[in-house]
Ligand binder design. Sequence first.
Ligand code: FAD
Length: 399
Amino acid sequence: MDLHDSPEDAAFRTEARSWLEDNLTGEFSHARGLGRMGLQHEGRQLRQAWEQRLGRDGWTCVGWPAEHGGRGASVSQQVIWNEEYVEADAPARINVMGEGLLGPTLIAYGTDEQQRRFLPGIRQGTELWCQGYSEPDAGSDLANVKTRAVRDGDEWVVTGQKVWTSYAQWADWCFVVCRTDPGSSRHKGLSYLLVPMDQPGVEVRPIRQVTGTSEFNEVFFDGARTTTDLVVGAVDDGWRVALATLAFERGVGLLGDVVGFRKELDHLLALARRTGRSRDPVLRQRLADAWIRLSILRMNTLRSLTGVDGPVAPPEASIAKLFWATWHRDLGELAMDVLGAGACVAEAFPYELGDLQRMFLFSRADTIYGGSNEIQHNIIGERVLGLPPEPKVAAKGAP
Ligand SMILES: Cc1cc2nc3c(=O)[nH]c(=O)nc-3n(C[C@H](O)[C@H](O)[C@H](O)COP(=O)(O)OP(=O)(O)OC[C@H]3O[C@@H](n4cnc5c(N)ncnc54)[C@H](O)[C@@H]3O)c2cc1C
C-alpha cells in the first residue's frame, strides 16, 4: 500500500488546507475546537453558521455524487478532507446525522421528490437531523421497536418513545424507525419515516450526562404527524432501509477521528513528560502501547478503505469499531492514571472538568453507541469466524 498522496490528492489536500486556513478567520476563529467530545452542546449558532459557510463553498457532503450536489470526491479525498478538517481544529460538525446517515440513505432509497426536498437543506446546513432508532427496550435489539405509526388519511400519526437521540434538541427533522403493521413483530412491519420535530406532538427532554452536559435526549412522540409521502422505501419494509443507514455510520470519518486521537495522545504524552510521570515504567509502557495501537488503527483503516467505493463491509467495520472504541476507552483510563491524584480534582470554581477528565468520562460511551463491543464481538464471531450463534433470548414483551 502506498501511503503517499497521488499528485491529484496532494492538490486536493492543498486546496482543502488553504480553504480552512482562509475561512477559520474572523468570527469563525472563535469556532476553533468548539463542540469537542463531552462539549457537544457548545456554540450551536456559530457552528451552524460555519456549517452554512462550508455548504456555500461546497465543503459539506464532499463524497456525495455530483448529481446530488456533492463533489463526488474519491474515498482517499474524503479521508484527506476529514484529516485536514481535524488538523485545522475546525469545530465539530453539527449535521453529522444529515450528511453522514440520512443523505446517503436518501440517495440510495429516497424518491426523486424526497431527494429534491431534503438533500439541499443538508448540503447547505439549513436543516438539521437526528436519528430516532433506539428506544428504552430497543438498543442493541433494534428489531424490538415499539413506536408505532398509524395511517390517518394523507398522514401518519406517530406515538412512542425514543431515547439517546443525539442532537434532537437542535434538529428540524428526525428519521424514525417505527412499527406500521400493528400485528407484526421483530424486523417485519417496520417503516422509516421522516418526521418534523417542530410540532405539538413532539417533546424533547435532554438527558444530563456525567460530564454535566446534554448531548442526547429522550424524544416523546404523542400523536406527532408526518405526511404519507415521507416514508423512505416501502411501507413495512423499513428494516432494510434502517440497516442501510447503519452501514453508512462509520467509514472515511474514522481517519479524521484518528487525527483527533493522535492530538489527544500527543497532549497526554506532553503532560507525562512535563510532570515526570513518563519515568514511571508502567505508565511508560502503556503510553508506548497506546502509540503503537493507534498506528495500527490508522494502517488498518487505510487498508479497509483501499478499493472501497461505499460503506465499509460489515466484518471490517466491526473490527474497526471494536478496535478504535476500545483504544479510546483505554486512553481515557490511561489519562486518569497519568494525572494521578489530580484526576479526582476539578479545575477552579465552578469546578469545570479539564479536557482529559471530560475525554475519560465521554469515552465510556464509545464502546456502546454505534453497536456495543459485545455486539461487535458477536458479529465477528458469527459472521467472520463462523462460530455458533449466540442463543437468542426473547425480548421483553415479544411473543
Ligand atoms: C453517546 C451516544 C449517542 C447515541 N446516539 C444515538 C442516536 O442519535 N440515535 C439513536 O437511535 N441511538 C443513539 N444511541 C443509542 C445506542 O445506539 C445504544 O445505546 C446502543 O445501541 C446500545 O443499546 P442500549 O443502550 O439499549 O443497551 P442494551 O442493548 O440494553 O445493552 C446493554 C448491555 O448488554 C449488552 N448486550 C445487549 N445485547 C447483547 C447480545 N446479544 N450479546 C451480548 N451482549 C449484549 C450490550 O453490549 C450492553 O453492554 C446513542 C448512544 C450513545 C452512548
